[in-house]
Design a protein around this ligand. Structure first.
Ligand code: PHE
Length: 345
């Protein structure tokens, strides 16, 4: 029986395709997907099955064309069904796109931290602050008076040799300036401007013509302490250093003095600290030389004082277990990031 024109068959197929497209686009879950499957792909009376039956009613000469059209629409509907099925499996499109997967690993945030020497400087300043010492700053480019003469190191004094470093000529100045070779310059600057009693601490960079090795570098940091009050003795000096060291390194740190010489202190000592059974040289100290007190206008019969200068790198190396102070300046983040005093600086 041939009673279906090719045009009518084609029109039916196009309607089928359009409706399948619409219905499958609305599929949101397994239930509506199953309904759509039965409607369009059902084996007995699905719309495609019915269209296939219609093919039998098309005139013989039109059959090849009608068959090609049927196959094209069938593949299209099957593809649309597959897409709808995938969507139903992953949930509604907008919801899955907007969902945040809280189980995914986050984007790591890189935490910066302070350089171990900065951490050390802040911690030393904080501890000394608790002992009543005010933090003061001094210039890194100094005149010769503060770096040498006022500290009783005249031009011909041999103590200048290891301290002489990088001179800088300054416009309108007859004398060259230099990078300070010790923070003791700040002792003088403070005493010139203030009257006793004094308790100050100064932390900063100093420069020396040293060859770099595990414990030396041409630039390093010092912490300078100065206390001037009536009745000050070496016992006060030792107590302050011991309190500082015990606080900084933890536990009961012993402090040892060895006789030494500095032009601006009398007597002068080298300061060693014992920690984990080892003695480490930390710096120099002594009673402020009466000649220095006089030079700044103090009366040595009324006041006396002590001063000390410790190496910040040595203190930091001790605390962090660093064997070579050059590592502090190499700027290798893998080294630097190991040291964190968070919350303590
Ligand atoms: N300024 C001395 C040095 O750098 C250390 C020191 C400071 C010594 C204060 C005595 C008093 O070697």
């Amino acid at each position: 029986m041939t009673n279906l024109s090719l045009d009518a068959f084609t029109a039916d197929l196009e309607r089928l395709r359009a409706e399948a497209e619409q219905t499958l686009a609305d599929v949101a879950d397994e239930a509506t997907l199953e309904q759509a499957r039965i409607e369009f792909l059902g084996a007995k009376s699905g719309r495609l099955k019915l269209a296939q039956k219609g093919l039998g009613q098309v005139a013989g000469s039109d059959k090849p064309a009608a068959g090609r059209q049927f196959n094209a629409v069938k593949s299209a509907v099957e593809a649309l069904f597959q897409q709808a099925k995938d969507r139903a499996a992953t949930g509604p499109a907008n919801v899955s796109a907007e969902t945040v997967d809280v189980t995914l690993p986050g984007t790591p945030v890189r935490f910066g931290r302070l350089h171990p020497l900065t951490q050390t400087i802040r911690r030393v300043a904080s501890i000394m602050g608790h002992l009543g010492f005010e933090v003061v700053d001094g210039p890194e480019v100094e005149d010769q008076w503060h770096n040498f003469e006022a500290l009783a190191i005249p031009a011909e004094h041999p103590a200048r040799d290891p301290l002489d470093n990088f001179y800088i000529s300054v416009a309108n100045s007859a004398e060259p300036f230099l990078l300070r070779s010790q923070t003791s310059t700040v002792q003088i600057r403070v005493m010139e401007q203030r009257q006793p009693p004094l308790r100050i601490v100064s932390l900063g960079r100093v420069y020396r013509p040293d060859t770099a090795d595990a414990t030396h570098y041409p630039m390093f940091h010092q912490v300078e302490g100065l206390l001037v009050e009536p009745g000050t003795t070496m016992a006060h000096l030792k107590s302050v250093l011991r309190a500082f060291a015990s606080n900084f390194l933890g536990g009961d740190v012993h402090v040892r003095f060895r006789p030494s010489f500095f032009p601006f202190t009398e007597p002068s000592v080298e300061v060693d600290m014992e920690w984990n059974g080892r003695w480490i040289e930390m710096g120099g100290a002594g009673m402020v030389d009466p000649a220095v007190l006089e030079a700044v206008g103090y009366d040595p019969d009324e006041v006396s004082g002590f001063a000390f200068g410790l190496g910040v790198e040595r203190i930091a190396a001790r605390r962090f277990g660093v064997a070579d102070i050059r590592d502090f300046y190499r700027n290798d983040v893998r080294f630097l990031e190991q040291f964190s005093d968070r919350g303590q600086a």
